[in-house]
Design a protein around this ligand. Structure first.
Ligand code: A99
Length: 285
């Protein structure tokens, strides 16, 4: 009947890779979420531009070109905002600094685009931005040139899905992100997530999960929910890795133990409930 459990889950759109994961799911007490692409759509829109001497259009052009080699959702949004064909031969010396931003030469001019930490790294002091959102600072040839404020939207049905987890007896919900504290807190608050850790580098997410693993009860399990695109190390460090939002991409199926085939976050609570029901049947037999 373990197989019946896996079959039942798959009928509900939840792919469980092995019967052992049903048992872990049934004991899950902590559910940890990645933000971008999992809780939010991962499609950022520009909602503010602050520029110094350089014209707004030129600033966006530099940003979009410098970002042209990155596959990050932020980079895609800046390229969309630019809206024109990108001539990659204008871009050289590309460095992507994971969890911070990019530095590249555009027409021989050095362009840095990223967060506060990237600016600090190149010894540029950014001006304060009062707008709430993810802020992409820009420095051209080592001089502060302005910033672009972008924002992402929370996926539908998440608030209900988090509430359903609570009703199913999940003790703690947590959000991890590389994004700024203000943005992270706003998202967590709107979804009623218990704890939030922000400004984390990809490696910090793994250590945060390790810390949380030590905090919970010995028999309790921790599930990490990500999109499976760039969070494979965290997915595998958790007791159980759940991929959602990747629409069943090969990368997600590879990295996760459980895959939500559609993008419905309610299925996390569904999977936990199915696993418990199925374990009860096993123990009775
Ligand atoms: C997701 N340009 C400017 N600023 C950047 C850039 C950039 N290219 N990269 C980072 N920053 P991160 P997270 P995640 O599809 O989901 C695919 O650690 C700055 O924790 O879910 C996907 N994906 O200020 O990446 C910027 O929110 O990664 C991802 O807020 O953020 C940003 O996302 O782990 C990544 O660094 C901060 C790569 O970035 C933290 C490929 C988005």
């Amino acid at each position: 009947s373990f197989f019946a459990g896996i079959g039942g889950a798959s009928k509900a759109g939840v792919l469980v890779k092995g019967s052992n994961y049903l048992e872990i799911l049934s004991q899950t007490k902590y559910v940890v979420f990645d933000k971008t692409g999992t809780l939010t759509q991962g499609v950022f829109e520009v909602n503010g531009i602050h520029h110094n001497e350089m014209e707004k259009e030129k600033l966006i052009e530099y940003a979009a070109l410098a970002e042209s080699a990155s596959s990050h959702p932020i980079s895609k949004s800046l390229q969309r905002a630019y809206g024109k064909q990108i001539d990659r031969s204008r871009v050289t010396d590309i460095q992507e600094i994971s969890g911070n931003g990019v530095i590249a030469k555009v027409d021989g001019v050095e362009v840095a685009a990223g967060n506060d930490k990237l600016m600090k790294h190149i010894h540029v002091k950014p001006i304060n931005c009062h707008q709430v959102g993810t802020i992409i600072h820009l420095a051209i040839n080592g001089k502060y040139a302005g910033h672009i404020v972008i924002s992402d939207i929370v996926k539908p049905h998440l608030k209900e899905a988090i509430a359903a987890l609570k009703r199913a007896g999940i003790e703690k919900t947590v959000m991890l992100t590389g994004d700024a504290k203000k943005v992270a807190e706003q998202v967590a608050e709107s979804l009623e997530i218990d704890q939030v850790y922000s400004e984390l580098l990809p490696a910090d997410k793994v250590s945060k999960v390790e810390e949380l693993l030590k905090m919970k009860g010995a028999k309790d399990k921790l599930a990490f929910v990500g999109d499976g695109i760039n969070d494979a190390p965290v997915l595998s460090r958790a007791d159980i890795g759940i991929a959602m939002g990747a629409m069943g991409s090969d990368a997600a199926i590879e990295a996760a133990d459980v895959v939500l085939m559609d993008d419905d976050p309610m299925k996390i609570a569904t999977a936990i409930k199915i696993s418990r029901k199925c374990l009860k049947i096993v123990y009775q037999n």
